[in-house]
Write a protein that binds this ligand. Sequence first.
Ligand code: C5P
Length: 222
Amino acid sequence: MGPSPFIIVAIDGGAASGKSSSSRILAEQFNLLHVDTGSFYRHLTAELLRRRVPPTDAGALELTLAALEFSTQIDGRSARMLVDGAPAGDDIRSQDVNSMVSHYAAVPAVRAALLAYQRGQREVAQQHNLRGLVMEGRDIGSVIFPDATFRFFLHADPLERAKRRAAEGQTDSITERDRLDSSRKASPLTCPQGAIDIDSTSLTLDQVVAKMAALIAPALTA
Ligand code: C5P
């Protein structure tokens, strides 16, 4: 038996569809790097809001994005994006960021600024001797890693998702974010062809993870 292969697990889905919790558990279970790309878009949004660069000002956005430097800090098994050396603050989960992030994420220049950085997480995982990475977002299986070993797409009823966010004590306009994320031209939220579609509405987190883990485990012992 040769060395176990390096695997990439892509998990896409709408807001509060269970991506973060399931990816975090899978990362622990299989020794993978956990990469939450939503936190990257949130961090960049908080930075652009701080610098008062609106998503509609293409010129200022281009100049600002070109000057920002992205690097990675590993926290346990999670990748944290640093912008000009600084980690994200708690404000990335604020109402301001919740309401603006999808507007910035719809701008092609913003997506382009994060593209190579996100793909570079493969090397970060390899450098840390992890067995692979699990990356969650909206366009991971369609754009970032279309050749991922596994591509999952999580669905859940909007009412159930709103309940999950409320249980976390968060006010989040998930329906509006999903509408913007699904209707944008640049890398819209969509279940890519060939991805494994899981409806988590009436499943517990453990059941969702078990479905994914049952597919992943054999690939790591192959
Ligand atoms: O995953 P989370 O809900 O934290 O993502 C915040 C926002 O970041 C999404 O609503 C979306 O606008 C954007 N996003 C994206 N592409 C990704 C991840 C997140 O456009 N791969």
